[in-house]
Design a protein around this ligand. Structure first.
Ligand code: FES
Length: 76
């Protein structure tokens, strides 16, 4: 499945971050928004070890982060 120009697509990368592609904004619990630098694509940390949360800084590859999640249809 691919995203249209107006869609946001979030992809869980293999043992890595969530890759966000599309016109998305990221806010903290108070509604304050992080600056994404106007990038159309950015990565959100999924391992919890980034020193630049909520963004991925590549630390996941140094700590051996292993994510087993896969989207499974109800028929499976
Ligand atoms: S997923 Fe990359 S640093 Fe956490």
């Amino acid at each position: 499945m691919s995203a249209s120009k107006s869609d946001v697509m979030i992809t869980a990368l293999e043992n890595g971050p969530y890759l966000v592609a599309g016109p998305a904004r990221v806010a903290d619990p108070d509604g304050e928004q992080w600056d994404t630098g106007g990038r159309a694509t950015f990565a959100l940390c999924r391992c919890g070890a980034s020193q630049n949360k909520p963004f991925c800084d590549g630390t996941h590859s140094q700590i051996g982060f292993a994510a087993a999640e896969r989207a499974v249809s109800e028929a499976d």
